[in-house]
Design a protein around this ligand. Sequence first.
Ligand code: AMP
Length: 189
Amino acid sequence: MKRLAVYCGSSMGADPAFADTARALGGEMARRGIGLVYGGGRLGLMGVVADAVLEAGGEAHGVIPQALTDLEVAHRGLTELHVVTTMHERKAKMTELTDAFVALPGGIGTLDELFEAWTWNALGYHAKPFCLLNVHGFWDRMIGFLDDVTGSGFMSPARRGQLLVADGIDAAIDMLDAAAQAGERKMVW
Ligand code: AMP
């Protein structure tokens, strides 16, 4: 895995463990030579992970829509900053640049990005794996809900099984690394 897209909040969140994890993830990615792909802003966990990658000597590639360059305070110290026009372009570009996705705690932007990575994979548009980094059980209730969606007959166990979950940074990177190598584009029903 050469690059990893990190989806996470443009806020810090209420638990300091969220920022600690974002910082540690950035450092570990740089140590392993894995480039960061992310939303290009300086705010919240997004800024924390980018700064950590850069401070540890790694590469950080940002993708931000023009309209958000002020609002999300575009990071001007990145290896590369792609300024795009729409949110759709942003996600398409991030998908093109990365080999896999990891979701840290975040809000609707993070959820939107995670579910798009999943649905596009499930439909065979790409074979890039995605993983929840479950900091202090942040994702537990969503994971439970997704089990309910499967139990209610709206998602097959095969699709449900695509969502990887890791409690720690090393586990998340190792899981994604293995899945990215094994990945093949296919429709998963
Ligand atoms: P949040 O998790 O809501 O703090 O947002 C995290 C990141 O997702 C921010 O950079 C948002 O601008 C971004 N975002 C929000 N909605 C979308 C969307 N529809 N497509 C792409 N990125 C989005």
